[in-house]
Structures are given as structure tokens and as C-alpha cells.
Ligand binder design. Structure first.
Ligand code: HEC
Ligand code: HEC
Ligand code: HEC
Ligand code: HEC
Length: 447
């Protein structure tokens, strides 16, 4: 597997700047370029910190149903709700769902996207860092990187409501929490400061320790929830928050100088929904990603195993001669154009999409790529009824038994909450829509 194309398709990191350093643990704070030039007269009344994280290899929603949240191409519309000189854009890391070649391609795309979205700072988990280093993405960027073990903090100065305000973001591991060194990372607090810590574990004892850090304002905690939220509503300081997952929302922290030298903080979430304007450059980046997926031949490279008991997929056409009634009915239901649906959105080379839109992906006799027999495309007969080889053998030899075994897939395998949110609770309705058998009453209670 070669990753050269990760960098050749607009993933040109030439725009990355060198020398915007942050702080290794123990030394004084690094600085990002100040957002407001000295002496700037006008300033807004609030500062907004936008936070994303835990994208787990997600660039876009799959698009299997309408109303899905997320997408790098719409994220910019959220960030643009605050002026560039009054916002800080941060990703808290946990970028990968796995370590497959496709995850690595996505990581390159994600870096490119974050640079196009003018991220100020990206935090990497140790796992992220290993992959980023491997791909050569760590060598400087338009945004600095911090990690719990290395460059541990970064600051940026703003002018808000006429006053200087310094935002510092630091990272720490709960298992080697060093309150003194955190104290020194935050100590350079100017008149007004907003100090944010990213931590990998927020159990009670860790939080109790962190609460002794008076300079600490906000702790970003790990999460398994898609929605950003305040973790402990009863706690005033530090504010414990999570930033959500999969890019479905952007977490928003609004800081407002209260006038008495303190800072008022509000936390909320903004849904990245379909009503937001799509950025054409980021939409193009996604198309470039689809081209990379094609050129890396991920479908062909996907692991394949034989079916048990020597069974084989035969394709829809081999059922047609004897089951022409069922075939004709089936060909008028949406399952019969599931592959074309992918072609229409340019996703037919993407194993993550193809697996539910064809017959037997991942099996030797199943769909491999567009070179495969056409009748292995779509959600064909054998997806539900199982591979047909034994059925045909038993019919021709008259050996008894139909050879059509337990169905290979159940509706819910594909119609799961992520890809078909309308399915649960409407099973009967869905089943009725795919009737292709002669007596509807025989349908039974299929799940
Ligand atoms: C040579 C003709 C022939 C072909 C080709 C054929 N079938 Fe059949 N199929 C039959 C016959 C005949 C029955 C009825 C068998 C019985 O009831 O014992 C049947 C029964 C079935 C049943 C009902 C099984 C049951 O348990 O009642 C299913 C489902 C089925 N076929 C699916 C398929 C699929 C999928 C294919 C293509 C892979 C296929 N058939 C190809 C002749 C065929
Ligand atoms: C291998 C994955 C898979 C399995 C298994 C599967 N489906 Fe589907 N289903 C799809 C895909 C993909 C589509 C979208 C097809 C398209 O529009 O291109 C779909 C679409 C549908 C639709 C149309 C939905 C609409 O809004 O119009 C119905 C109804 C449906 N499936 C019912 C079922 C039922 C009932 C079962 C189980 C007996 C089932 N499906 C099993 C993948 C699957
Ligand atoms: C887990 C199985 C699964 C995977 C993986 C999957 N799909 Fe689907 N897809 C479905 C099902 C099921 C439907 C039908 C949803 C419904 O109508 O309830 C569907 C429907 C669609 C539709 C039709 C939406 C419409 O207009 O009605 C599109 C487009 C689509 N998928 C694209 C994709 C893309 C692109 C990917 C990969 C990023 C993908 N799918 C991955 C199961 C899947
Ligand atoms: C999305 C899943 C799905 C697909 C795709 C599908 N079927 Fe079915 N099929 C079913 C279900 C569910 C039933 C009714 C369930 C039952 O009674 O066992 C059924 C019933 C049948 C029956 C009648 C079985 C009986 O016992 O009376 C035949 C024959 C059949 N299908 C053949 C086909 C053929 C041929 C194709 C392709 C052209 C096909 N099916 C595609 C799910 C599917």
C-alpha cells in the first residue's frame, strides 16, 4: 500500500509553516501569533473557543438517510459565526477509528481540512501522534500540535472588550498528573486568562486533584457521547466538558469579561446540520478523497475469506430463470439499485460504503470491485437468502432440502440506527415495502 497519493491530491502541506512552537513540559509557554495587532482599537465583547474532537476517522456522514449531522464541508459555517480575531479553534484529538490504510488516508485529509478551516491548535493522543509521525504529518503545519507527553501547552493572546485576554490550552495524562508542572504552565496568566486542560481520564479522584489548580478554568474530558455536554453541572470551577464525537457538533465556549477581572463562561453546542452552507473547497477535498480511495484500490485490497462449507455466491441472474416472479418484484424495490445509489455519490470504490450495498463483500465469491459480475451489485437475493450454490446443487441432484440455509443477513445488520434511523419501530412497514414473494401473509416476523 502506498500513501503517496495522500500527499499528491491537494494534500499539499506546502502551506504549512514552520516555527510556530509550543511548550515542552517544564519550560515557559510558547505563543501563537497574537490575533490582534498591538494597539488595535476595536475589539468584540466576547471570545469564542470552538472545540471538536473524537472524529474517529469520520469525514462526512454516510448520507444513507436525510437529516444526518456532521461533515467537514459544513463545519466552517459554524466557525465563521465568530470573527477570526475573536475565536480560537481547537481539536482535542482522538482522530482515528483504526489503523487500516483507509484510516491513514483519512488522517491526511483531516489534517488538510483542519488547515483549510484555520484551526489554531490540534491536540494529539499518543496513538494519533504515532500515526501522524509515521505519515510525516508532524513536521510543522499551519497549526501547532500538542501532546500530553511532548509539546504540552500553547497560548494565544486576544483583545476582548478592550482588554488583553490570554487563552492557554494544555494537555496531561491522568496517570502521571503533576499539579506543580501544570501550575507553571498556567502561571503566566495575564490580567485576564482562560486556562483549558485536556485530560485522558476524568474520574473523581483526578477531578479532585485538578480542582486544587486555581488557575484552571475548563477541563476537557473523554467521552463516548456524540453530543458535547457539561459533565458535572453542579461544578462551577473548573468547568468539566466533553466535546462530542464524529464531528456531528462543534462545542462552543464563549468567554465574556465580567468587568471585575473575572471571566464569564458559557458552554453550548452547535449542530453541524444540512441547513449550514457547504464550503466548496472542503467539498472538493472530499471528492479528492474519494479519488484517492479509488486509486489506492481499497476494494481490491480488502481482506476476503471463503464461505463456510464450500458455499458460493452465484449472483442474481442465476436465480432469475426459476424465480422470475420474485426477481421482477425485487428489481422494482430500492435494494435493486443500491449500487447505483453509491455511484451517484461517488462512493462505489469505498469499502466502508460498498459492504452494505452489494452481495457478499468480504467473501471470495462475493462482490470485489466494479470488475466483478454485475449481478453481484446491489442488495441482491443472496444477501438475504444466503449463497445459492448448494440450493442449485440440491435442486439438480434432487438430494432433498432446499439448500437455502439460514439467511446470511438480517435487516437490522444494515438497517441499523446509524444508517437507517427510521427502521426501528417500523419493521413491518419496511418488510411490506420489499414484498417480492407470492403470499404476503407468509412473511412472518422477520427482524
Ligand atoms: C433451477 C431452478 C432454481 C433456481 C436457479 C433457483 N431456485 Fe430457488 N427454488 C427453486 C425451487 C423449485 C424451489 C422450491 C423448493 C422446495 O420448496 O422444495 C426454490 C425455493 C427457493 C426459496 C424458498 C426456500 C424455502 O425454504 O422454501 C428461496 C428463498 C429460493 N429458492 C431462493 C433462490 C435464490 C436466492 C436463487 C439464486 C441464487 C435461487 N433460488 C435459484 C428453484 C430454483
Ligand atoms: C446488506 C444490507 C441490507 C440488508 C441486509 C437489508 N437492506 Fe434494506 N436497504 C439497504 C440499502 C443499501 C438500501 C438503500 C437502497 C437505495 O436506495 O439505494 C435499503 C433500502 C431499503 C428499503 C427502502 C427504504 C426507503 O426509505 O425507501 C426498505 C423498505 C428496506 N431496505 C427493507 C429491508 C428489509 C425489510 C430487510 C430485511 C428483510 C432489509 N431491507 C435488509 C441495505 C440492506
Ligand atoms: C451498515 C450498512 C450501510 C453502510 C456501511 C452504508 N450504507 Fe448507505 N444505506 C444503508 C441502508 C440500510 C440504507 C437505506 C436507509 C433507509 O432508507 O432506511 C442506505 C441508503 C443510502 C443512500 C440513499 C439515501 C437516500 O437518498 O434515500 C445513500 C446515498 C447511501 N446509503 C450512501 C452510502 C455511503 C456513501 C456510504 C459510505 C460512506 C454508505 N451508504 C454506507 C446501509 C449502509
Ligand atoms: C432484503 C432481503 C431480501 C432480498 C434482497 C431478497 N429476498 Fe426473497 N425474501 C426475503 C424475505 C424476508 C422473504 C419472506 C420471508 C419468509 O417468509 O421467509 C422472502 C421470500 C422469498 C421467497 C419465498 C420464500 C417462501 O418461503 O415462500 C422467494 C422464492 C424469494 N424470496 C426469492 C428471492 C429472490 C429470487 C431474490 C432476488 C431476486 C430475493 N428473494 C431477494 C428477503 C429478501
Amino acid at each position: 500500500m502506498k500513501f503517496s497519493s495522500v500527499f499528491s491530491y491537494r494534500i499539499v502541506l506546502a502551506a504549512f509553516m514552520v516555527g510556530v512552537g509550543c511548550t515542552p513540559r517544564g519550560s515557559s509557554n510558547g505563543r501563537l501569533p497574537d490575533s490582534t495587532p498591538p494597539g488595535a482599537a476595536v475589539s468584540g465583547e466576547t471570545l469564542t473557543v470552538f472545540m471538536t474532537g473524537n472524529v474517529l476517522s469520520t469525514l462526512q456522514p454516510c448520507g444513507c438517510s436525510s437529516g444526518q449531522l456532521g461533515g467537514l464541508d459544513r463545519r466552517g459555517a459554524v466557525l465563521a459565526t465568530a470573527p477570526a480575531d475573536q475565536r480560537l479553534v481547537l481539536d482535542t484529538g482522538n482522530l482515528l477509528a483504526g489503523h487500516k490504510p483507509q484510516d491513514m488516508i483519512k488522517l491526511g485529509v483531516l489534517f488538510q481540512a483542519m488547515s483549510m478551516l484555520e484551526y489554531d491548535l490540534v491536540h494529539l493522543t499518543p496513538e494519533d501522534l504515532a500515526a501522524v509521525t509515521n505519515l510525516g504529518l508532524a513536521q510543522g503545519g499551519t497549526f501547532p500540535l500538542i501532546t500530553p507527553d511532548g509539546e504540552a501547552s500553547c497560548s494565544k493572546k486576544f483583545t476582548v472588550a478592550g482588554q488583553p485576554l490570554t487563552v492557554t490550552v494544555a494537555s496531561a495524562r491522568a496517570d502521571s498528573l503533576d499539579i506543580d508542572s501544570l501550575e507553571s504552565l498556567f502561571e503566566q496568566r495575564q490580567a485576564l486568562g482562560l486556562n483549558i486542560l485536556i485530560i485522558d481520564d476524568a474520574s473523581d479522584d483526578v477531578v479532585a486533584k485538578l480542582a486544587t489548580l486555581r488557575a484552571l478554568d475548563v477541563v476537557i474530558c473523554p467521552t463516548a457521547a456524540d453530543e458535547p455536554r457539561i459533565i458535572d453541572k453542579g461544578r462551577q470551577k473548573p468547568l468539566l466538558v466533553s466535546v462530542g464525537r464524529l464531528g456531528k457538533y462543534v462545542a462552543r465556549l464563549t468567554a465574556r469579561p465580567a468587568g471585575d477581572g473575572t471571566l464569564g463562561l458559557d458552554f453550548d453546542k452547535v449542530a453541524v446540520d444540512e441547513s449550514l452552507a457547504q464550503d466548496e473547497h472542503l467539498a472538493q477535498l472530499y471528492k479528492d478523497y474519494q479519488v484517492m480511495v479509488k486509486e489506492e484500490r481499497l476494494l481490491e485490497g480488502h481482506p476476503r475469506v471463503p464461505l463456510p462449507d464450500g458455499l458460493k455466491y452465484l449472483g442474481n441472474e442465476s436465480c432469475r430463470s426459476c424465480h422470475s416472479y420474485e426477481y421482477d418484484k425485487w428489481s422494482k424495490n430500492p435494494h435493486a439499485h443500491a449500487y447505483e445509489t453509491l455511484v451517484n455519490v461517488g462512493a462505489q470504490y469505498d469499502p466502508e460504503c460498498v459492504k452494505c450495498h452489494v452481495v457478499g463483500f468480504g467473501y471470495e465469491s462475493g462482490f470485489i470491485s466494479e470488475e466483478s459480475p454485475k449481478d453481484l451489485r446491489d442488495v441482491g437475493c443472496e444477501v438475504c437468502h444466503g449463497p445459492g450454490s448448494e440450493h442449485l446443487k440440491s435442486l439438480t441432484t434432487g438430494r432433498g432440502g432446499t439448500g437455502i440455509s439460514e439467511p446470511m443477513a438480517k435487516c437490522i445488520d444494515c438497517h441499523n440506527p446509524d444508517h437507517s434511523p427510521g427502521y426501528q419501530g417500523h419493521e413491518e412497514e419496511y418488510l411490506r415495502k420489499i414484498i417480492h414473494w407470492r403470499e404476503p401473509e407468509a412473511a412472518g416476523d422477520v427482524k
